[in-house]
Design a protein around this ligand. Sequence first.
Ligand code: GLU
Length: 475
Amino acid sequence: MKTIRTRFAPSPTGYLHVGGIRTALFAWLLARQGQGQFVLRFEDTDKKREVEGARDHLIKSLKTLGLKYDEGPDIGGPFAPYTQSERLESYRLWAQKLIDAGRAYADPYTPEEVQAFRDEARAAKKPFLYRNHRPENPPIWDGTMPLRFKSDPKAYDWHDEVMGDLHTGPEVIDDIILIKSDGYPTYNFAHIVDDAEMEITHIIRGQEFIASMPNYLNLYEALGIERPAIATVPHIMGPDGNKKLSKRDGAKDVLDYVRDGFLPEALVSFIATLGWNDGTTQEIFSADELIEKFSLDHVQRSGARFDEQRLTWINGHYIRQLSMDDLYVHAAKYLPGEADTFDENYRRAVLSLIQERLKYFAEIPQLTRFFFTDLPVDPALISSHKQLKKLDPAELKQILKTALASLEESDFTLDDLTERLNNLLETTGQKPAVLFSLIRIATTQAPASPGLAETLAVLGKETSLRRIDAMLPSL
Ligand code: GLU
C-alpha cells in the first residue's frame, strides 16, 4: 500500500476563520494515522486577491494548533517548491503535453465576446457552455491568451470518501481555462498537476469544489494522471444553521481565539467535531484520540453547525484539567493590570479560585478585578438583587453589622470562615441568598464571585473588613 500523503492547500487571500482550518486538521489526522506525510502548499495564482501577511498567518495558525507539516513552502521537501507561483514551469510543461495531444487550445475571444455568448445562452434559457463556441482554427498559443482545455464530454460515476457514490452527465463538462492570460494557471489546472507531482494520495477539500469535479475527472484522463481519493467536506453553517458561516457570524480566526485564551487542544477538539463524530456521543477528543479514531466515513454529509458555546464549553473542560502550574503559565498574563503589585502566591490563589468556572482566559480581568483593587460601592448591586431589594436598608445594615462583628473575631482561615458564615445564618435568621449575597456584594462589589468563604480567605481579613466598613454608610 502507498503511504498516505495529504495536503492543505490554502490560497493566501485572507485570514482563515476557525472553520477554514478544518480541512487541514482532517488531512493532518489522515496522514498521522497512516504514518504518512502532510504537505502545506500555497496556492497563490490569483495575485489580485492576495492579502499581505496571510501566509505567515496561515503558518502560525497551523503551528499553534500543533498541525505540523512534513513538507511546505518554508521548510522545503522532496517536491519543492511548495508555492504555486514558483512552479509555473511545471504547469507549462503539462500544458504543452495537452497542446501536443490536441487537448488544449488558445482562447481567441475577448472577455466581452465571451460575455456576449453567455448573454445569448441566458436569453435562450440554456446553460452556457464555452465548448459550444470552440473556435475552429484557434491561433497558436503564445501565452498572451488564455489556454483552454479541449474537453471530452461524458458521464461520470465516481466515489467521494464523504459524499458517497456520485454521478453526473456529459452536460456539465466544459472547456475550462488551464492557464490565464496573465501566465498563471487556474486552480482547476494547477492543483491537479501539483497533487500528481507531489504524489498526494488524498484530497480533502470543501464543498465549493464538488461541482467542478466532472471537469477534473475529464482533465485527469486527458493528462494520464491517476486521481487521488477525494473527500469533500460539507460547509460549516452559521449558528442558525441556514447559511454558510462567515466572519460576520462572529467566527474568529484561530489566532484570535488563542489570543482570547482558548487552548489549542480545545480548538482542535472543537474543529474536529464540526461535522465528525466517532459514532458515539463522545464530544471531546484529544489529538491522540483523534488520530486513533478519525475516519472520513464518519464525516457527515450535511452542513455542520458552528456553535461557539460548544467551543466555550470544551475550553472550560480543558481549563479545569490544567495543573495549577500550567494554569498560572497560561493565565497569569490575562490578570488585570492592578494584579502586578501582588505576589505570585496571591495571584495563584486567585486563579485557582476561578479555575472551576473559567471558560476562556480573556474573562479573567472581569472575574478577578475585585481581588486586586477596591471597586467603588455600587448601590445597583443591591437594588437589582432579587432578594436584597425587598429588604429595608435598616435591616440590611443590621445584618451586615452582625456579620462584621463575627468576621472581626475570625482568623480568616477557610475552616473558621465556613463555620462562622454557617453560624451567621442562624444568628441572623436569614437565608444564604440574602446573607451571603450581602456579604459578597460588600466585600467584592461584583455581581458574582467564587464561593464566599474561599473568596474572603483569599481577600484576607484587612481587605474584607475595610470593604464592609466602606459599604455600611451607603445602606
Ligand atoms: N486553494 C484552494 C482554496 O484555498 C484549495 C482547495 C483545495 O484544497 O484543493 O480554497
